[in-house]
Design a protein around this ligand. Structure first.
Ligand SMILES: NC(=O)c1ccc[n+]([C@@H]2O[C@H](COP(=O)([O-])OP(=O)(O)OC[C@H]3O[C@@H](n4cnc5c(N)ncnc54)[C@H](O)[C@@H]3O)[C@@H](O)[C@H]2O)c1
Length: 353
């Protein structure tokens, strides 16, 4: 297959390059390292790009900006793709409030540029759109909760497996990031439903793995591992640190994309996270990271939660598993953290030597 991956130097994009590159497909990547502009040096993804180029000499990378409509249309006119995995994005709530125009231009207009270029030049391709659970805004906070010693959890038995795709996406607080991603999400659905393009929309929970250039504003688990291993301070914002996130390894995300690409259902929407098995609160994640790394995290607590932050978010994976029964979560939260701690320790050793 001829595969195009946008955001190919980021967490999910780079995992996709590795996964499909290892299978011998022709893989193209688009990434202009805008993450560095968003988050400074710590968000720089060039280390990841260099690693991909060294591991896969056939991997072809272009530093095209997805906002550049003419460049995108020309690129698509010159190349035909069978599979497009769209992961390029401005990924942070807090950042979006600082740069509302850029956030919308990347997340909404950039997505439209790619969808229209696909419709015009690769209309038979499968188009995977990486969306987010933030399209539900803070509506998941309306689910009744109970408080435990270290975490919040759903109190109603029907919510046990988490948030389903029928959760509403409007009349709630999103952040500008959530709003621009909602625009991209609905556009991708529309290109499936209206034009019959083979689009699949995946609303991510917490996606993680060692390839994350984690920063305080984006990449919670990666950043938490980084500060613990490097003895840096950490701040918990609100909810007593009992807010729950479900963590999925980027490898399992790509396996889900592969399943969808084999048998696409145009315009379909799926929640994709670690599910109940891989859900843990901030306090519980700190406990696991400390036990794995042997380090003690110095953290402070601020009462005010991040605006619109989910109190307890677990992705109900039932719909995807019903449509694609051979897919499962292959990496447990414990495994994910062990891998991330080892990777962070290795990075620290390289920077010391
Ligand atoms: N990581 C998570 O926890 C998470 C959760 C839910 C949804 N998502 C979504 O998954 C997708 C991928 O997230 P990620 O964690 O891999 O993000 P990431 O920031 O690691 O990767 C995104 C990449 O896109 C590139 N990029 C940004 N704007 C660009 C532009 N205009 N042109 C070309 N390249 C550009 C960046 O340089 C970066 O390398 C995003 O759509 C994000 O919203 C992520």
């Amino acid at each position: 297959m001829n595969i195009l991956i946008t955001g190919s130097s980021g967490l999910i994009g780079s995992e996709a390059v590795r996964y499909f590159g290892a299978q011998g497909h022709d893989v193209w990547g688009i990434d202009n390292n805008l993450r560095r502009e968003f988050f400074g040096e710590k968000g720089d993804t060039l280390w990841n790009l260099k690693g991909l180029q060294a591991a896969f000499p056939g991997f072809r990378h272009e530093a095209i900006d997805i906002r550049d409509r003419e460049m995108i249309l020309t690129f698509f006119r010159d190349h035909h793709f069978d599979l497009i995995i769209h992961c390029a994005a401005q990924p942070s709530h807090d950042k979006a409030a600082e740069i509302p125009f850029i956030d919308f231009e990347v997340n909404a207009l950039g997505t439209l540029n790619l969808l229209e270029a696909t419709r015009l030049h690769s209309p038979t391709a499968v188009f995977i759109h990486m969306s987010t659970n933030k399209v539900y805004g803070d509506a998941p906070n309306e689910l009744p909760l109970k408080e435990h010693e270290f975490r919040y959890d759903y109190s109603m038995p029907e919510d046990f497996n988490g948030v389903r795709e029928d959760m509403r996406i409007d009349r709630c607080l999103h952040s500008l990031f959530g709003a621009s991603k909602t625009a991209g999400d609905v556009l991708a659905q529309e290109y499936g439903k209206y034009f019959g393009l083979k689009t699949g929309i995946f609303r991510g929970g917490c996606l993680t793995g060692p390839s994350h250039s984690g920063v305080e504003l984006h990449g919670f688990l990666s950043y938490l591992v980084h500060v613990t291993v490097t003895d840096k301070p950490y701040t918990i914002f609100g909810y007593k640190g009992k807010q729950v996130r479900d963590q999925i390894h980027s490898y399992d995300v790509i396996r889900a994309f592969e399943e969808f690409a084999r048998n696409p259902k145009p315009g379909e929407v799926y929640n994709l996270g670690g599910g109940r098995e891989n859900a843990a609160s901030v306090l519980e994640c700190i406990q696991i990271i400390q036990a794995v790394s042997g380090k003690k995290l110095q953290y402070t607590y601020k009462e005010a939660n991040r605006i619109g932050d989910h109190i307890c978010y677990i992705s109900d994976l039932g719909k995807f598993q019903k449509d694609y029964p051979s897919w499962n979560i292959s990496r447990s939260l414990q495994n994910i953290i062990v891998e991330m701690v080892q990777s962070e320790q290795a990075r620290q050793q390289v920077s010391v030597s």
